[in-house]
Design a protein around this ligand. Structure first.
Ligand code: TRP
Length: 349
C-alpha cells in the first residue's frame, strides 16, 4: 500500500433532540472505537440542513440541538481536541451544497420517488399533514454529498469509511452509486464508493418494548438522564406480561429489561444466572429485583458519560465546530473544483 494513501471517515447525525442508549449501541460505540485509528482523518457531521427536511417548524430546537449533540458526542468520549477528529456543521460547508447540486443533475427524479426510504418517510409526512418539500425529496442526494465532499481520489489504498446504524445502509448505497456514476460519466477516478461499517448489535427496543427506541416516542433513556430519571424509567419498563407472580416462568428473550441487561451489563455470568432463575417456574425472582440490577448497571455505565458531559459544558463547542468545518471545507473546496473541471463547468478562455 502506498505510503501516501488517504483514509477518511465521514458520518453524521441530525440535530433534532437528545441522544439515547439506542444511538450509543447503534452508532456511537462504533465512532468511539474508530477514534483510536489516528491514521484515519475523521469527520463527524452535525446535519443541521438535513434536520430542516423534517423540523422546519422547530428551528429553535434544531439550533439548541446543534450544541447538545456535540455535548452528547463528547460525553461518550469523542474528542475534537484530537488532531484527526473533526466536528463539522453541515450548513457551513458552503462547497458541500454545490457538490450536492451537481450530484442532483445526474440523479433521475423518478429514482428518488421510487426510493423505498423516501417512499416510507414521505407517506409519514403526508399522514401528519406536513408538506413534502423539494429539499426532502433530494435528501438522499444531499447525504451522498456529505460523504463525497471528503472523498479521497478513487485509487488503490485510499479509503472512505462510513460507520452508521443499519437504517442508513440504503443511503450509503446511493452514495456509492453516485460516485461510480460521476466517475463513469466524466472518465475520471475522482470520487470513491464509500464503505459502510455497521454495528453488529441489533437496534435497541424502547423501554415500552415496542419498536425501536426513539427521540420522540417517550420510550428512550437519554445519555443525559440523571440517576433518578433512569431509575423511574427502568421501574416503568415493560417486562413479560405473563410473569405475574414471583415464581411464574418468565420470558427473557423478548423482555426489554433482559435485552438491556444483555446489551449493557459487563457481568455476563450474573445475567445468565438471572435469566435461568427468571425462566424457571417455582424460582422466586421478581421484576423489581431484576430492574434494580438494570438500574445499577445503566447508572454505572452512564457515570463516566455524565462526568465527561459536565466537563464538556465548559468547552468551546462553537470553536470545535468552526475548526472542524474549516478542515472539511478545505477538502470539499478541492473536490468541488475537480468536479467542475471534470464537467467542464467554468469560465471560457
Ligand atoms: N441521515 C443520518 C441520520 O438521520 C444523518 C446523516 C446526514 C449522515 N449525513 C450523513 C449519516 C452522512 C452518515 C453520513 O441519522
Amino acid at each position: 500500500m502506498p505510503e501516501s494513501s488517504v483514509k477518511r471517515i465521514l458520518t453524521g447525525m441530525r440535530p433534532t433532540g437528545d441522544l439515547h442508549l439506542g444511538h450509543k449501541v447503534g452508532a456511537l460505540d462504533l465512532w468511539k472505537a474508530a477514534q483510536n485509528n489516528v491514521g484515519i482523518e475523521q469527520f463527524y457531521l452535525v446535519a443541521d440542513m438535513q434536520a430542516l427536511t423534517t423540523h422546519l417548524e422547530e428551528l429553535q430546537k434544531v439550533k439548541s440541538s446543534v450544541r447538545t449533540i456535540v455535548l452528547d458526542w463528547m460525553s461518550v468520549g469523542l474528542d475534537p481536541r484530537n488532531s484527526h477528529v473533526h466536528f463539522v456543521l453541515q450548513s457551513q460547508v458552503r462547497a458541500r451544497g454545490m457538490i450536492s447540486h451537481y450530484l442532483m443533475m445526474q440523479t433521475p427524479f423518478n429514482a428518488l420517488e421510487a426510493n423505498p426510504t423516501i417512499k416510507t418517510e414521505r407517506a409519514n409526512l403526508e399522514k401528519q399533514g406536513k408538506s413534502v418539500t423539494a429539499g426532502f425529496m433530494v435528501y438522499p442526494v444531499d447525504q451522498s454529498a456529505d460523504i463525497l465532499m471528503v472523498s479521497p481520489e478513487n485509487l488503490d489504498g485510499n479509503q472512505l469509511l462510513v460507520p452508521v446504524g443499519a437504517d442508513q445502509i440504503p443511503h450509503l448505497e446511493d452514495a456509492r452509486d453516485a460516485a461510480r456514476k460521476f466517475n463513469k460519466a466524466h472518465g475520471v477516478e475522482l470520487l470513491m464508493a464509500c464503505e459502510p461499517q455497521v454495528s453488529e448489535v441489533p437496534r435497541l427496543v424502547g423501554t415500552d418494548g415496542d419498536g425501536k427506541m426513539g427521540k420522540s416516542t417517550n420510550n428512550a433513556i437519554f445519555l443525559s438522564d440523571s440517576p433518578s430519571v433512569v431509575r423511574d424509567k427502568v421501574m416503568g419498563m415493560f417486562t413479560d406480561p405473563n410473569h405475574i407472580r414471583l415464581t411464574d416462568a418468565g420470558d427473557v428473550e423478548n423482555n426489554p429489561v433482559f435485552i438491556y441487561l444483555r446489551a449493557f451489563s459487563k457481568d455476563r455470568e450474573m445475567v445468565r444466572g438471572l435469566e435461568e432463575d427468571y425462566k424457571k417456574p417455582g424460582v422466586p425472582l421478581g421484576d423489581v429485583a431484576v430492574k434494580n440490577v438494570l438500574i445499577q448497571c445503566i447508572n454505572e455505565m452512564l457515570g463516566p458519560i455524565r462526568e465527561r458531559r459536565l466537563a464538556a459544558e465548559n468547552e468551546p463547542v462553537g470553536d470545535f465546530l468552526r475548526h472542524g468545518t474549516q478542515r472539511a471545507s478545505e477538502i470539499a473546496d478541492e473536490v468541488l473544483v475537480k468536479m467542475e473541471n471534470a464537467m467542464s463547468v467554468g469560465y471560457p478562455d
